[in-house]
Design a binder for this molecule. Structure first.
Ligand code: SF4
Ligand code: SF4
Length: 706
């Protein structure tokens, strides 16, 4: 054989009858596969409508999903070895799939049409080398997976829903990868009376053939046993193809579809709900799942990344985000199979999810950030919270908050008249935005207005604004709570009511930018207020629509967190911050500013501007660990060990790279301030570390006072 003629016989030793049986089984496997995929997708189309447009710009969506999938970026996040493992398996599997398809095209299309094969010579040698290289990576990836699952027993890989399919999936891939090389080794040893030099292009198979020969297997023996090995490998491969849509391997398809249809704003922008009395809201029955929620459930790979970063799970609250998604999936599958119904969520009694599980969620979005397949946990959770609200299964503390809001427009239940009392302790008057045009309309928020510790933060920010000599003002008694967290607790009607009151107050003023003290307010005013269609409520006697249609639909009004505004003032030279402070500090990223809204640098720039020596905790920026206050956590009592805030303070004191002790723990969120002041006391850290607001550091540097 000349170099240009080298090739291999595809159905060597299988015979014509064997080939016919192979094709019969292959067609059968493909039909079972297609039926399974069809059934899955037809179930999605039977789901209820999703409120967001997830299919527009489909080309761009597919390209973005392709980039996310092929780079394995989400798998590398927080877990380098997991990323390597997945990348090896992904690229190995994909290459083997493409290689097999090319071979089928040559055999079944090109050769019958032209009478020739392109599977020869240089192409054959290159093909053999690439397939062996990527096959080797594939086996290496699967071996890492097996090592992590069964030897290291990585905790996050095991959970309530771990089942036989997880074992079968990983071992069948291993059998396919290793089986392929054994088969190749047999062929190389058995064909043409022994290994040929050109077969070295298939270097793994060539090596395997050498091992067989050293082990005492003759060429004739390999030739005799080859059909048995071929059929074993083929049956496993065809069974695997047929099995894909019915178990864990389906994530290869559903996960990609999930990434294609993801909402980049999921979580920070919750879907609206009809507010008419009697409207079907919440998650009451299997029919209430949207198609995207069903796809989410099917896309879950049980990897446990969400559970491993969940602060509620870490602090012993009864919440594991993976279990919730998979419990809902099991419930749906049982109901689809005709099993009796139990409530999806209830407080006590038999239900799929217990009310306390949902109350435990801090809406920190760490689960969604960690999820490699873009599952939108918070849309499921919000629907369940809405269901709880509808059923009246609401914690008594939260009920008090709702009551306070209805009566006073703030979560503290204090008189609206007292809202601006904090300004009286300043030696200047805070401008009233209702009486004069301002550049910056400062939305102070509930905690900075009513909570003693956070009032200090508000006063410091007022002094910073004065020092910058900007035109700013507040709403005084007309300010009301923004609604971000009650919305996440499922109280949509009250949320829309609060939003309409606040927008109504904004509308009375002349301003360019809304500046928020609280990242929670910043989130909902930025991402959610402009989604409310007030025309829907124009005739509703319960609500006063503040505008026609949508507020700030054209983004004419800027909305900013105070750190962003002050950082711009420092950057432009309008605010001089002397770098005179010498504290060793760390900064905690609030979930609603960082993960929700991608602002990590402005607060850090401000802390550095004061001269402080800033050190990072290991969990920083998008990996930040919630203080425990979000999603209503601030209003609820939990039995926790340790509290998320205590764990975070321990991390600040023990795990930064600072040579000196961390003296100050800097926050940029009023809820964080409250939670960390509490954690400092309950965790016994009062003598070790101080909690300070970014504004307090700035004011201290500007005023030269401690
Ligand atoms: S949002 Fe945060 S607290 Fe809630 S399940 Fe996700 S990680 Fe856990
Ligand atoms: S929800 Fe996402 S992160 Fe959690 S187990 Fe499923 S795939 Fe993994």
């Amino acid at each position: 054989m000349t170099e240009g003629e080298v090739t291999r016989e595809t159905f060597w030793k299988i015979g014509t009858v064997g080939e016919a049986i192979f094709w019969y089984l292959a067609v059968l496997a493909i039909l079972v596969f297609v039926y399974g995929v069809y059934s899955r997708f037809s179930r999605y189309t039977a789901g209820s409508a999703d409120p967001f447009d997830r299919l527009s710009n489909i080309g761009t969506r597919i390209r973005t999903a392709g980039k996310i999938a092929t780079s394995n970026e989400k798998q590398f996040d927080r877990d380098f070895v997991g990323g390597v493992m997945h990348a090896f398996i992904f690229w190995g599997f994909l290459t083997l799939l493409i290689g097999t398809t090319i071979l089928a095209i040559d055999l079944d299309i090109y050769e019958p049409l032209t009478g020739e094969s392109f599977y020869t010579g240089t192409f054959f040698l290159s093909y053999s080398f690439v397939m062996d290289s990527m096959g080797l990576l594939f086996v290496a990836g699967i071996s890492i997976a097996i090592y992590r699952r069964y030897v290291v027993r990585n905790e996050r890989l095991w959970g309530k829903h771990t089942s036989y399919e997880d074992d079968l999936f990983v071992w069948s891939l291993f059998a396919l990868g290793v089986g392929g090389f054994l088969l190749e080794g047999m062929r190389i040893l058995g064909q043409a009376g022994g290994p040929q030099g050109f077969e070295q292009a298939s270097f793994v198979g060539y090596f395997t053939a050498s091992v067989f020969r050293i082990g005492g297997l003759s060429s004739a023996g390999a030739e005799a046993v080859y059909p048995v090995v071929w059929w074993s490998h083929t049956v496993v491969a065809l069974w695997f193809i047929a099995w894909i849509p019915y178990a864990k391997p389906f994530h290869m398809i559903s996960s990609f579809a999930n990434v294609v249809t993801r909402d980049p704003d999921a979580g920070k922008r919750l879907p609206g709900q009809p507010l008419d009395p009697g409207a079907d809201t919440g998650l009451d029955d299997v029919d209430d799942f949207t198609w995207k929620q069903i796809l989410d459930q099917d896309a879950c790979t049980k990897c446990g990344r969400c559970s491993s970063v969940c602060p509620a799970n870490a602090s012993g609250r009864p919440l594991d985000p993976r279990d919730v998604i998979l419990d809902l999936k099991s419930y749906r599958e049982d109901r689809d199979a005709g099993d009796d119904s139990v409530p999806i969520i209830a407080d006590g009694g038999t239900s799929v999810i217990d009310a306390h599980t949902m109350e435990s969620c801090m809406s920190c979005m760490a689960c969604m950030d960690a999820c490699p397949v873009e599952i939108e946990h918070l849309t499921h959770f919000t629907d369940m919270n809405r269901q709880l609200t509808e059923q009246g299964d609401v914690d008594s503390n939260v009920q008090d908050v709702f009551q306070n809001l209805m009566q006073q427009g703030n979560t503290f239940g204090e008189s609206a008249r007292n809202r601006p009392d904090w300004t009286e302790e300043l030696d200047f008057e805070v401008p009233d935005a209702r009486e004069q045009p301002v550049d910056y309309l400062w939305y102070v928020g509930d905690y900075p207005s009513y909570d003693g510790r956070n009032q200090e933060v508000a006063k410091a920010l007022a002094r910073v604004f004065e020092a910058a000599d900007i035109e700013y003002g507040i709403l005084y008694e007309d300010e009301v709570y923004d609604g971000n967290d009650i919305r996440r607790l499922g109280e949509e009607l009250l949320y829309v009511d609060q939003a309409s009151q606040l927008i109504g107050a904004f509308e009375q003023c002349e301003f360019e930018t809304v500046v928020c003290t609280d990242p929670h307010s910043y989130n909902t005013i930025t991402n959610e207020y402009s989604e409310i269609d007030f025309d829907e409520f124009a005739d509703d006697p319960m609500l006063e629509a503040p505008v026609e249609g949508y507020w700030n639909e054209d983004d004419e009004i800027d909305i900013a967190h105070y750190t962003q505004v002050v950082e711009e003032l420092v950057e432009s030279g309008q605010l001089d911050v002397p770098d005179t402070l010498e504290y060793t500090v760390t900064y905690h990223d609030p979930c609603h500013l960082g993960r929700y809204n991608d602002e990590y640098e402005a607060p850090r720039a401000l802390v550095r501007a004061t001269g402080c020596d800033l050190h990072e905790m290991p969990r920083n920026r998008s990996d930040s660990f919630c203080c425990g206050g979000g999603g209503g956590g601030l209003w609820l009592d939990y039995d926790e060990e340790p509290k998320p805030s205590e764990e975070r303070l321990r991390e600040a004191l023990e795990d930064t790279d600072a040579d000196d002790d961390i003296e100050k723990f800097v926050v940029a969120c009023p809820m964080c301030m409250t939670m960390y002041e509490d954690g400092r006391k309950t965790g016994g850290y009062e003598d070790d570390i101080e909690i300070v607001g970014t504004t307090e550091l700035l004011a201290e540097a500007i005023e030269g006072t401690a």
